[in-house]
Write a protein that binds this ligand. Structure first.
Ligand SMILES: [Zn+2]
Length: 266
């Protein structure tokens, strides 16, 4: 149900709730990604990375704690990384924008979980150039679970699986050819797996749109960050950004594009 059906005060309240929920998930995701990077246990309370003091509830309120503590640890006053604030704001903004675009629906919940997994994959790719298979596998399970509850589940599952196989397979073949031609690893295995998983959630036109956007963003990023062709850079964040852009604008764009050729609605 679209938020426009609600009283403005209630709609703003829902957005605030989505933002705080997103910020909490962002805080947790950032923490778990850091522990995975440092080979630490996922369990146990959060602590300051410098003085190792356990953090209390007041230190863990997303966004607000960071601002009120002026980006410093309450106990040892060492500077906190802006990455905490950034990931909380990013998740909050993504959750709110998905709620505004798709309203209160099971699809919104599915997308909140999907983008939490995707951003986690992007953080891990930036940190370590490695993304554990658990993330794309979890995203694939998420898709199957939600598809299983839809009315035409069989056709959705078959169509999506075919889309994933075609796009995942094509990129895999391309990467094998590129590897042979350039005599080095070109497209990472994690990138191919993620493209296949994203193809589950989008139809073939949207998946093509996503790949084109990812390539354009990747080229622009490499150009502005002055990254030469010999240097590897994490591609998963680019794919995740392209997936977000596809989710938000591909439908109106593809409809407009089809309209140019009189092909009707996407
Ligand atoms: Zn400290």
């Amino acid at each position: 149900m679209s938020l426009f059906f609600f009283q403005p005060v209630f709609a703003v309240g829902l957005c605030l709730f989505a933002f705080m929920l997103g910020a909490c998930v962002g805080s947790l995701t950032n923490c778990l990604c850091g522990r995975s990077r440092d080979n630490k246990s996922f369990w146990g309370r959060s602590f300051c990375p410098v003085c190792l003091h356990k953090l209390g509830p007041l230190d863990l309120i997303p966004v607000f704690s960071f601002i009120f503590l002026r980006a410093k640890c309450r106990y040892c006053h060492s500077k906190l990384s802006f990455r905490y604030l950034f990931s909380e704001l990013l998740f909050g903004a993504v959750f709110v924008s998905i709620l505004l675009r798709f309203g209160i629906s099971a699809y919104t919940l599915e997308l909140w979980i999907l983008f939490s997994l995707l951003i986690a994959a992007a953080i891990m790719d930036i940190d370590t150039f490695e993304v554990p298979d658990t993330l794309p596998v979890a995203a694939a399970i998420l898709f199957v679970l939600f598809a299983a509850f839809s009315e035409d589940r069989l056709s959705i599952l078959v169509r999506s699986l075919l889309n994933a196989l075609i796009f995942g397979g094509s990129i895999l073949i391309l990467s094998l050819i590129f590897d042979k031609v350039y005599k080095k690893d070109t497209i990472g295995g994690a990138d191919i797996k993620l493209i296949a998983v994203l193809a589950l959630f989008f139809d073939w036109k949207q998946t093509l749109f996503l790949i084109i956007i990812a390539c354009l963003v990747g080229i622009l990023f490499a150009y502005f960050a002055k990254i030469g062709p010999q240097k590897a850079f994490p591609f998963i964040p680019t794919l995740v950004l392209a997936a977000y852009i596809t989710l938000m604008v591909s439908e109106p764009f593809l409809n407009w594009y089809a309209g140019l050729f009189g092909l009707g609605e996407h």
